[in-house]
Ligand binder design. Structure first.
Ligand code: ZN
Length: 282
């Protein structure tokens, strides 16, 4: 668990900056709302597993509890080429423990011990459980915010980006992956995609450091191809559709590694799986 400085937190209910931290409770001195604090896990809301409706998503939720296994499988057989070099990003943007870094919508994966995990579900590796459209952080309190493949799962990504802008310090960094060419994948919901131009609009209040394809064009094609074949050959039978998806993933995943080269093609943005955005708060 990442140690969190209580001074950066505020009440997500009334925005009061005066919270009392008495394990196992956090009490807002203004609105008197109480939240949970157990074993260094701050819980500002509670959603149960029962609220996940999609069948595949239930499996995903269970798999995500086995973080190492899940991440390894995702990296290997998922149709998206792992072009994102997380270690390099962490080394560059979170060089030491003095920076306050958070990963919004972390799920159960831990990108670094130096990063605070924030998610709507209370997975084992999550430090702060909250709604990412309404963060329990004070204004100008965080140095770096990561969010990878998260904003498509919230109904109002603009609202989250506004929150990111609010809680970041001046010149603070946002590092974000948003999908473009990906089939519908609820987790537990899926609302939107962004083109390279759309990314610029989403992060219009930031100075762009980097905006480039991530995943790449083969990844974009491959995932959609797998989905298309599964639709074609499953004759409306849902379990068969899931099965075909997995079989096709296993059969075709090596193709995605072409993206380690194709990602550098100037037109790869046309059908890239998604985009990586790095920007600085103005
Ligand atoms: Zn309050």
């Amino acid at each position: 668990m990442k140690r969190i400085d209580n001074k950066i937190l505020k009440c997500p209910n009334c925005n009061a900056e005066s919270l009392n931290f008495n394990e196992p409770e956090i009490v807002c001195t203004k609105c008197k709302n109480t939240f949970n604090l157990e074993n260094n896990k701050y819980v500002f809301l509670r959603l149960e597993e029962g609220e996940i409706n999609d069948f595949l998503d239930k499996i995903k939720y269970r798999l995500k509890k086995f973080s190492f296994f899940y991440n390894f499988m995702i990296k290997l057989i998922s149709p998206v080429c792992p072009t994102l070099n997380m270690k390099k990003l962490i080394k560059k943007y979170v060089p030491d423990d003095t920076k306050i870094a958070i990963n919004l919508g972390s799920g159960n994966s831990k990108i670094s011990d130096k990063v605070i995990n924030v998610d709507i579900f209370a997975y084992e590796n999550v430090d702060i459980v909250c709604d990412i459209e309404n963060l329990p952080f004070k204004n100008n309190s965080v140095d770096i915010i990561f969010n990878f493949a998260v904003l498509e799962h919230v109904p109002n990504p603009d609202k989250v980006v506004k929150e990111i802008n609010r809680v970041l310090i001046k010149n603070g960094t946002v590092i974000s992956f948003f999908p473009f060419m990906q089939p519908f994948h609820a987790s537990p919901y899926d609302f939107s995609r962004r083109t390279v131009e759309g990314m610029k609009v989403l992060y219009k209040d930031f100075d762009t450091i980097e905006l480039k394809p991530s995943g790449g064009p083969t990844s974009g094609l491959l995932w959609i191809f797998q989905e298309w074949v599964s639709i074609l050959l499953s004759f409306g039978i849902k379990p068969l559709h899931y099965l075909l998806n997995i079989v096709l993933m296993l059969l075709t995943f090596p193709l995605k590694f072409l993206d380690f080269i194709l990602i550098y093609h100037p037109m790869s943005k046309n059908i890239s799986s998604g985009f990586l955005y790095i920007g600085r708060k103005k």
